[in-house]
Design a protein around this ligand. Structure first.
Ligand SMILES: NC(=O)c1ccc[n+]([C@@H]2O[C@H](COP(=O)([O-])OP(=O)(O)OC[C@H]3O[C@@H](n4cnc5c(N)ncnc54)[C@H](OP(=O)(O)O)[C@@H]3O)[C@@H](O)[C@H]2O)c1
Length: 284
């Protein structure tokens, strides 16, 4: 049989994009499974997005990821957007069905998979989410779709926090409530889970930590961080030292990536390979 040199292409579009680590885990996965696929990290300025997506179609890309600032703008350029990505209002993963590009959002689903693996089932739970940006939006929508009873959105910017809460109350069956974050937020004994969905503590801002007081929290509360780099943020360290169960941001990043891998290739993702490739990259 003749040698096949053709590569199947996927990648991420972002601006800036140089520090996006997803290529490390996707390319490690392709290599581990012996797939002739390649994940490219592509810088696309905002006004070039429509042309870039046309280019990906012409090049036969099997799908792609979108990161800041393209997650919302890309939606108008696709043939279809999944119902939960539409509810979140952002697409981070595009898959191809025939010659149609379909938008999905795997951020919140990756988060959900991580919390369930940590033994936390969101149904009926009361969960505090710090932040109201893109990550918080994906996480709160997926928690609501998974049956969370109460979602408490704590955010510094009042308009943004209130808008997310209004959206959740209008479009999901969870009860959402907004708390302005102008001083220390005290987690009370009714809360089952706390999620930092802000960028506080993200590399290189290693000394920062969300202003939350866990002293009245129940001992069985799960404390989660979305920050993947460093995986062991100050929040994770503090919560762990006080005996709380914790979940760092690496699982969300790995699982949003494994979901993308499976959508694109149709094969089960080599999760351990992907996780260890990312861990090595962050440690370097
Ligand atoms: N693990 C993963 O797979 C994954 C996936 C996606 C994102 N993330 C992480 O999630 C984080 C947030 O990303 P995003 O896309 O949601 O960003 P974003 O849309 O810019 O939102 C940032 C959020 O953080 C809040 N915030 C930032 N600095 C703050 C401060 N000093 N005090 C109080 N609040 C502050 C903002 O509050 P205001 O509204 O008041 O400005 C906003 O709610 C990033 O660190 C990103 O790395 C992780």
């Amino acid at each position: 049989m003749a040698t096949n040199y053709k590569e199947e292409l996927v990648g991420v579009l972002g601006y800036p994009v140089a520090e996006n680590p997803t290529c490390v885990m996707q390319n490690a996965a392709f290599e581990a499974l012996g797939l002739q696929w390649r994940y490219l990290t592509i810088e696309v300025k905002p006004d070039a997005l429509p042309e870039a997506v046309r280019g990906l179609r012409a090049l036969g890309f099997q799908g792609f990821n979108c990161t800041i600032p393209h997650k919302v703008a890309v939606m108008a350029l696709l043939d279809e957007v999944s119902p939960d990505a539409a509810l979140i209002g952002a697409v981070n993963t595009v898959r191809r069905e025939g010659d149609r590009f379909i938008g999905e959002n795997t951020d919140g689903k990756g988060f959900l998979r991580g919390v369930r693996e940590a033994g936390f089932e969101p149904r009926g739970k009361s969960i505090v989410v710090l932040g109201a940006g893109g990550a918080a939006r994906a996480i709160t929508v997926e928690l609501a779709l998974a049956g969370a009873a109460n979602l408490i959105v704590v955010n510094r910017n009042i308009a943004r926090g209130q808008a997310l809460v209004d959206h959740l109350n209008a479009r999901t069956s969870s009860q959402a409530r907004f708390m302005a974050w102008d001083k220390t937020y005290h987690v009370d004994e009714t809360v089952d889970g706390v999620v930092n969905a802000t960028s506080i503590g993200l590399y290189p801002d290693l000394d920062s930590t969300p202003d939350v007081d866990l002293s009245a929290a129940r001992s069985d509360v799960l404390v989660c961080d979305v920050i993947p780099n460093p995986p062991d943020t100050r929040l994770m360290q503090t919560a762990r030292s006080r005996g709380f169960k914790t979940l760092n941001g690496l699982s969300m990043l790995v699982y949003q990536g494994t979901l993308g891998f499976e959508m694109w290739t149709g094969q089960p993702a080599p999760e351990a390979v992907m996780k260890s490739a990312l861990e090595k990259a962050f440690a370097a």
